[in-house]
Design a binder for this molecule. Structure first.
Ligand code: PLP
Length: 444
């Protein structure tokens, strides 16, 4: 009997004992193709000897030095690496994951305005169907009803507007561009409702991951969002925890939108799973307000800037760049999306195949022509996951795609090193898992 509270309190998952390239192996020797990088984490695959060596070296020099006393060479080098390649950001703050990065983003945004004497600013605006983490601040700004509902009385006030979700919401009479402008303008309406002088920031994932299945923005949407934020003196916080660090084919997902955020959060692909790490990156303007104001960011954790995490992340990022893996993200991503599109072009239960780079979502429907979702009572996501694991494939299915309750999708986010054989394997195994799932559901 396991003494761990597992994600499913009634079951113990298989024991992972080895990882090699795009595969994980359990204690019984079963092989799983990591088609989702866990949760869009393992960008470099498993067991990369150079990353392991970088971690070993760091452990042998300095494994831990509290940031209240020291900085470290690896943390400084990682900050230089990220800032030099970032869309206009100036300083980095290293934490242990995505939720911590988002908490830090929320706090520094509020503190920025306090340093400027704008004490009335307290509101955050985000989008429905977004996910920003599970700590209370990050959960509050997240827009996924299912994750929020039981903690609602403990959450800070946050306001939500529509996601950019053309498959469901684009009108027949509007172009993609018109749809994007209409939906972005909801931000301006919300700011008007709350009063611009009381709003701190707008928060969004450039490509929505876990809760909506690789929802990509339509052209012009984020440009309009940036314009609105600027017009009202509101910060733009981009949550690139899942979609950043090369997952969509550029190091930062927002590069493809032609905009620069005031604050960005990155995590998963930063350390590629070799160590827990996330980062909050801020503009020079935000940093200057703090430097010339109180002089310190009123926040902190014991494991800020952990040298082992920074060493692993620096090694991962250098390899991704040296081996030009983002070129493979773009080309293998296009091949995978095309192969999935062809495989499921007539499938009655696959309504949409979408995404960018190696960040691909499939929306599952009960009826393709009407886009009708499966009944709420059907635990489709759980069955697909079981069937995929049985077939030797890790994928990341979720329910609540449409509104936090209705709808299902599967997210794929394989390592950046996948080749054509892996793509064929993903498509075959996923197809088998979806067909088995649909059979099981219709037989029930
Ligand atoms: N933000 C986004 C967009 C995420 O996808 C996630 C995790 O899935 C988080 C934040 C939270 O990150 P973590 O689970 O590392 O705390």
């Amino acid at each position: 009997m396991s003494r761990i509270l597992h994600r499913n309190a009634r079951a113990t998952p298989p024991v992972a004992v080895r990882g090699q390239g795009v595969y994980l192996y359990d204690r019984d020797g079963k092989q799983y193709l990591d088609g989702s990088g866990g949760a869009a984490v393992s960008c470099l695959g498993h067991g990369h000897p150079e990353v392991v060596e970088a971690m070993r070296r760091q452990a042998g020099s300095v494994a831990y030095a509290h940031t209240g006393f020291f900085t470290s060479e690896v943390a400084e080098e990682l900050a230089d690496f990220l800032i030099q390649r970032s869309p206009g950001l100036g300083k980095a703050y290293f934490v242990t994951g995505g939720s911590e990065a988002m908490e830090a983003a929320l706090k520094i945004a509020r503190q920025y305005f306090l340093e400027r004497g704008e004490h009335k600013r307290k509101h955050f605006i985000a989008r429905r169907q977004s996910y920003h983490g599970n700590t209370l601040g990050a959960l509050a700004v997240g827009g996924n009803q299912w994750r929020r509902v039981q903690f609602e009385p403990m959450l800070i006030d946050a306001h939500h507007i529509a996601p950019c979700y053309p498959y469901r919401d684009q009108g027949d009479d509007e172009s993609e561009f018109e749809y994007g402008q209409r939906i972005a303008n909801e931000l301006e309406e919300k700011i008007g409702e709350l009063g611009a002088e009381s709003v701190i920031a707008f928060i969004a994932e450039p490509v929505v991951g876990a809760t909506a299945g690789a929802l990509t923005p339509v052209p012009g949407y984020f440009k309009r969002v940036r314009e609105i934020c600027d017009a009202h003196g509101i910060l733009l916080i981009l949550d690139e925890v899942m979609c950043g660090m090369g997952r969509t084919g550029t190091l930062f997902a927002c590069e493809q939108e032609g905009i620069e955020p005031d604050i960005a959060a990155v995590a998963k692909g930063l350390g590629g799973g070799y160590q827990p790490i996330g980062a909050m990156l801020m503009s020079d303007e935000i940093f200057s307000a703090i430097e010339s104001g109180s002089g310190f960011f009123q926040h902190g954790h014991t494991y800020l800037g952990h040298p082992m995490s920074c060493a692993a992340a620096l090694s991962v990022q250098k390899i991704v760049e040296r081996d030009d893996l983002l070129e493979n993200v773009r080309s293998a991503g296009a091949s995978l999306k095309q192969a999935l599109g062809e495989q499921f072009s007539e499938h009655p239960n696959v309504g949409d195949v979408r995404g960018r780079g190696l960040f691909i979502g499939l929306e599952l429907v009960a009826e393709r022509s009407t886009k009708t979702p499966f009944e709420l009572s059907v635990p489709l996501h759980k069955i697909v996951k079981q069937q995929a694991m049985a077939a030797g494939l890790m994928c990341y299915p979720m329910s609540g795609t449409i509104d936090g309750q209705r709808g299902h999708h599967i997210l794929l986010a394989p390592p950046y090193i996948i080749d054509h054989d892996h793509i064929d394997e993903i498509v075959k195994k996923l197809s088998l898992a979806i067909d088995e799932t649909c059979r099981e559901v219709s037989a029930a």
